[in-house]
Ligand binder design. Structure first.
Ligand SMILES: Cc1cc2nc3c(=O)[nH]c(=O)nc-3n(C[C@H](O)[C@H](O)[C@H](O)COP(=O)(O)OP(=O)(O)OC[C@H]3O[C@@H](n4cnc5c(N)ncnc54)[C@H](O)[C@@H]3O)c2cc1C
Length: 404
């Protein structure tokens, strides 16, 4: 847990929130275009060893791992990495995972060092934690749009075929070891595969098409905005608890600060947290996050995204498929561990699926069992972390977390 310690439009004033969302979309054209080139895409009806759905960190890790073991892999990504993405503070172990995956150059090209973090949790004072003595060295701050696009390009360099702007819309199995996936994009496409990895993030669309159930644990949402604050060459993320939830601020290279308020969807609606005037007033009521954002030029937001915790119940249709990253388990952003988990589960799922396709399903069974064990220990860590903040026991946000 970060303690050293994101889709409903919830505004009571729709016009101001629509303006905020338009600024968010318009921001795509102002950002620097990601300087990676993508292949034009596969032919309709192509057959692959594995289709990996979703080109986030988990999908890129899985696709590169499988391609390096000689499999014909298609990595299908819905976006073109044009819109801003959340999840910008990467703890020190991420750098080690990136190097192990052969993605070390991505860290160098897209990240700036993170020296540590700070939190005001359980009390008003800010407690700082330095990464100076961390055996993995410093962490990273990244612009996730660039970071994710570079990871996908690196998986293509490792041998995966990459298609962007194409969304998997259904995934079916014939029960005899073959999958059919349909996709929407510039033209409708259909692919055949012997194996599938769902790395589509929290919605886990292909896994749900295959009959897996998504168990949602809370109603957490993130109300996010970006400010231009000046060149970022190193920095620290901050967490600050308040009665209605918690705030988070993190540098985003090259020159921004991400500011997020994490609360529950119903509280967000009731209090109008996504209304720009309410957002500004609540931000002004913080101590440390306000200071970090002081003087920043608003670029976009506030925009609401679901950050609800969930895990996938793997009871499902037969066949060689696995989920990885947030599709497998979406954790509370307080952990700042989502990207690391996505990279490691992506690589593990890739290896386990390669074994399964070679006739050895044991590693895939072990992978699913490990995911359940991880879920249990994650829930314990989350409970312990929220228990450290006892200043507002009567506030719904905290009372819910102290009960669960
Ligand atoms: C508010 C918030 C703040 C966070 N902060 C941090 C942080 O500071 N540090 C950290 O480590 N983690 C953070 N996280 C968590 C982190 O962002 C995720 O854990 C991580 O992005 C998971 O990676 P992934 O590859 O599994 O999924 P994603 O990053 O969600 O990637 C999924 C990809 O699949 C694509 N896709 C979706 N549906 C389809 C489809 N049907 N067909 C094809 N492609 C599809 C999407 O476009 C996307 O590129 C945060 C999360 C939230 C919600």
């Amino acid at each position: 847990m970060r303690r050293n310690a994101k889709h409903s439009n919830t505004s009571a004033n729709p016009r101001s929130t629509i303006a905020a969302r338009q600024a968010f979309r318009a921001h795509r054209s102002r950002g620097k275009v990601v300087d990676v080139s993508f292949r034009s895409g596969p032919a309709n009806g192509s057959r692959y060893d594995v289709v990996v759905a979703g080109g986030g960190p988990a999908g890129s890790a899985a696709a590169a791992t499988l391609a390096r073991t000689g499999h014909r892999v298609l990595l299908v990504e819905a976006s073109r990495y044009a819109e801003p993405r959340l999840g910008e503070s990467l703890p020190p172990p991420v750098r080690m995972s990136l190097s192990e995956l052969g993605f070390g150059a991505v860290a160098a090209a897209t990240g700036v060092p993170s020296a540590g973090d700070g939190s005001a949790w359980g009390g008003p004072e800010l407690h700082r934690r330095s990464f100076l003595f961390n055996p993995c060295g410093h962490g990273l701050h990244v612009d996730r749009r660039r970071f994710d696009a570079h990871l996908a390009a690196a998986s293509a360099e490792a041998g995966a075929e990459l298609v962007t702007g194409t969304r998997i819309t259904s995934c079916e199995t014939d029960g005899r070891g073959s999958f059919t996936l349909t996709a929407s994009g510039p033209v409708p496409l259909r692919f055949e595969a012997r194996g599938v990895i769902d790395a589509t993030g929290r919605r886990a669309r292909p896994a749900r098409s295959l009959g897996a159930r998504r168990r949602v644990h809370d109603r957490l949402v993130a109300v996010a905005a970006h400010y231009r604050t000046g060149p970022v060459d190193c920095g620290q993320a901050l967490v600050e608890a308040v009665p209605g939830g918690w705030w988070y601020a993190a540098p985003v290279p090259p020159d921004r600060l991400a500011v997020l308020f994490l609360t529950d969807a119903d509280l967000c609606r009731r209090h109008g947290y996504a209304r720009p005037e309410v957002w500004r007033a609540r931000l002004a009521g913080t101590r440390h996050v306000r200071a970090a954002a002081a003087g920043g030029e608003p670029l976009w937001g506030p925009v609401v995204s679901s950050a609800a915790g969930h895990h996938l119940d793997p009871a499902s249709a037969p066949g060689a498929w696995l989920a990885a990253g947030d599709a497998l388990m979406g954790v509370d952003p307080l952990s700042a561990g989502g990207v690391h988990r996505a990279l490691t589960t992506g690589a593990d799922a890739g290896r386990a699926l390669a074994d399964w396709l070679a006739g050895e399903p044991g590693p895939a069974r072990a992978y699913r069992a490990r995911a359940l064990a991880d879920f249990v220990s994650y829930r314990q860590a989350r409970r312990a972390c929220y228990a450290l903040e006892q200043r507002w026991p009567g506030e719904p946000f905290w009372a819910r977390r102290h009960r669960s």
